[in-house]
Design a protein around this ligand. Structure first.
Ligand code: A3P
Length: 296
């Protein structure tokens, strides 16, 4: 067991109207003043939407031919730093980013759109938002909070689901997060809004969308290699991307690469939970044309 000595789990508090923990707010001024380069690429998600999957795709598209050794020896979380993270004992996301010497920088964030440093809008750098349906997001987040020792205690599934509906999760309400970014996309030309379900349905089609959004002319051979490397089972066995180098993850409780499916919510929601969830969902999502698929 290589788990490091861990502090007690953090608690949630209200931060400008969004539930957060100190690990993502302690470095606030540096995050807000983060200096963006025009060629930076931001990948933004509500937690569990496929951040790691898309981060890895972007990393491979940009760097796999140039530096194969990067793939063998540098954990993905060092290649794609997490902008707002600030924890004792590790380099902050902002410091990691300022140390990077390979460009473009690929940056991960879970911040809701209103918290994005203004430099991203000033530089008009490219932003890829990935969204995943609420039910699978809730299930995935539940298992993640069980195994990630720097997240608040998840409690049991039914209380977790209740809190999910109330938006009392780290990074706040799923409903507000996906809607906030969706609305921003209507006026911001630098945002590509992707869906986890689309990526599952047709990875190649979404890879092509990514390439054209980024202005990349990837060869058929490169795309074939990327598609192969980012298959769920291949990622699950790849130590540099599967979370096994992450000391705060206890993969005996639940693996980071858990299932990778659309519709696993059916194995968790009771009939009653599902009815209650659907009703509440309709209310919360009634004024938007944003649509999700919960089955394929
Ligand atoms: P599950 O818990 O449903 O399995 P994030 O990276 O944003 O934390 O998202 C994690 C979720 O994406 C997990 O969902 C994980 O299994 C899934 N995932 C990661 N890589 C994947 C891949 N290559 N194909 C499909 N799903 C993937």
């Amino acid at each position: 067991n290589n788990m490091m000595e861990l502090p007690p789990r953090p608690t949630l508090f209200d931060f400008h109207g969004v539930s957060m923990t100190k690990y993502f707010t302690d470095n606030w001024d540096s995050v807000q003043n983060f200096k963006v380069r025009p060629d930076d690429i931001l990948i933004a998600t509500y937690p569990k939407a496929g951040t790691t999957w898309v981060s890895y795709i972007l990393d491979l598209l940009h760097f796999s031919q140039m530096s194969p050794e990067r793939q063998e020896s540098v954990p993905l979380h060092d290649r794609v730093p997490f902008l707002e993270i600030h924890m004792p004992g590790i380099t902050s996301g902002v410091d990691e980013l300022n140390k990077l010497t390979t460009f473009p920088r690929i940056i991960k964030t879970h911040l809701p759109v209103q918290f994005i440093p203004k430099s991203f809008w000033e530089e008009n750098s490219k932003i890829i938002y990935v969204a995943r349906n609420a039910k699978d997001s809730a299930v995935s987040y539940f298992h993640f909070d069980r195994m990630n020792m720097v997240q608040p205690e998840p409690g049991d599934w039914s209380s977790f689901l209740q809190r999910f509906m109330e938006g009392k999760m780290v990074f706040g309400s799923w409903y507000e997060h996906v809607r906030g970014w969706w609305e921003k996309k209507q006026t911001a030309s630098n945002i590509l809004y992707l869906f986890y379900e689309d990526l599952i349905e047709d990875t190649e089609r979404e890879l092509n969308r990514l390439c054209s959004f980024l202005g990349l002319s990837a060869t058929t051979e490169l795309k074939r290699q990327v598609m192969e490397k980012v298959l769920f089972d291949n990622m699950k066995h790849n130590k540099m991307v599967n979370g096994s180098v992450d000391e705060v993850f206890d993969s005996k409780i639940s693996p980071f690469m858990r299932k990778g499916k659309v519709g696993d919510w059916k194995n968790h929601f009771t009939v009653q939970q599902n009815e209650q969830f659907d009703e509440d969902y309709k209310r919360k999502m009634k004024n938007t044309d944003l649509q999700f698929r919960t089955v394929l």
